[in-house]
Design a protein around this ligand. Structure first.
Ligand code: HEC
Length: 144
């Protein structure tokens, strides 16, 4: 019986390491949500412009939906765990997927994970690592 119990504990631990994953910090998720919605303003510019955009124009949610289910407005891609984490040919490049670092990169300089430049209609952001990490968690994790 004890052996069975121990086996159960080992199996549960092994399952949890792969299935439970690291717990999402509610604070980080909400910080990402606020940044994405523009409730916490971000500094951004259009390509080739020196002037900082007004806060209203920098909101990710102006252009991007975050639910794969909701109809995308067609202007900018819907951002969801599946759209970001699945290997997909984006903008004619080879198949690629995003991670937190790749999100920081595309926000800062417009280069996607395959090395392709995104359209200039997407502003370029001055984000800290902590800011894009939070937005990453918000985009790919369920609300904690
Ligand atoms: C003014 C509209 C606009 C705003 C604001 C905007 N984006 Fe975008 N974004 C776009 C467009 C358009 C594309 C697609 C560009 C292309 O395909 O060349 C894009 C592409 C992306 C991609 C690449 C998606 C993929 O599947 O390859 C990511 C990630 C992204 N945006 C994240 C963000 C985040 C996070 C913010 C806010 C910090 C933001 N965007 C703000 C318009 C916008």
């Amino acid at each position: 019986m004890r052996v069975l119990n121990r086996m159960g504990a080992v199996l549960l631990t092994a399952w949890c390491v792969t299935a439970c994953g690291p717990a999402v910090s509610p604070e980080q998720w909400r910080a990402g949500q606020r940044l994405f919605a523009g409730d916490t303003p971000l500094v951004a510019r259009m390509v080739g412009h020196h002037d900082v955009l007004p806060d209203m124009a920098t909101r990710c949610s102006n252009c991007h939906q975050t639910q794969a289910k909701a109809a995308a407005p067609g202007f900018a891609p819907t951002l969801s765990a599946s759209s970001l984490l699945t290997d997909t040919a984006r903008r004619g490049g080879p198949a690629s997927h995003f991670d937190a670092k790749a999100l920081c990169q595309v926000l800062r300089n417009g280069i996607d994970p395959a090395g392709v430049m995104v359209n200039q209609s997407m502003p370029r952001y001055e984000v800290t690592d902590a800011q894009c990490q939070s937005m990453w968690v918000f985009l790919v994790e369920r609300a904690p």
